[in-house]
Design a protein. Structure first.
Length: 193
């Protein structure tokens, strides 16, 4: 009987521990294009940095095809500086990643930036993963604190599906950019859990 109770308590604890802690007031589901995304993972690496990731039903963090993410940085840095930091990282990545490439769009008022980029991973000289990303950078004011939100969409392909993915991406890239441009910003409310 004690063993059964201990097992049940362990399963309840595991279920509770694996449940993501919603910290930004954006529980979801979120919709991008025709796909609905559920909150799958969260982190708060420090007091000024929050991450929430959302996946379609039946996808896993370990091997997903699509993901939405919300990053929040409490900082007085401008979105333009944040984008420049990411571009600097991408320029370094281009030295070792033959697929790596990016484009930047600035809003007419200069307050938001959309950075789209593509990355790859290889093992034994064979490409194993390709990932297309669209990041939307925006400045926020949260109860008197300056912040930057980065709303991102990622689409991945693996192994033998990569060639088809790249062909489709050349046709679908503008669709993803337009969906990101049209996306309504989510009202962020920090929950300090």
């Amino acid at each position: 009987m004690r063993t059964t109770l201990a097992l049940i308590a362990s399963l309840v604890l595991i279920t509770f521990v694996n449940e993501p802690i919603e910290r930004l007031g954006i529980k979801g589901p979120l919709v991008f294009g025709d796909t609905s995304f559920q909150l799958a993972w969260t982190d708060k690496p420090n007091e000024k940095y929050y991450v929430q990731e959302y996946l379609p039903k039946n996808e896993s963090l370990e091997k997903f095809n699509q993901m939405l993410s919300v990053y929040l940085f409490i900082t007085d840095t401008s979105p333009k500086i944040a984008v420049q930091q990411k571009i600097k990282w991408l320029d370094e990545k281009k030295k070792t990643d033959p697929v790596c490439n990016y484009n930047l769009i600035e809003s007419p008022d200069g307050k938001e930036f959309i950075l789209d980029f593509i990355l790859s991973q290889s093992q034994s000289n064979k490409m194993t993963t390709v990932e297309f990303n669209v990041y939307r950078y925006a400045k926020l004011n949260l109860n008197g604190k300056e912040a930057i939100s980065v709303y991102s969409y990622s689409k991945r392909s693996y192994g033998d599906s990569i060639a088809t993915f790249l062909t489709d991406l050349s046709k679908d890239k503008n669709k993803y950019l337009n969906q990101m441009i049209a996306a309504k910003g989510n009202a962020i409310v920090i929950n300090n859990n």
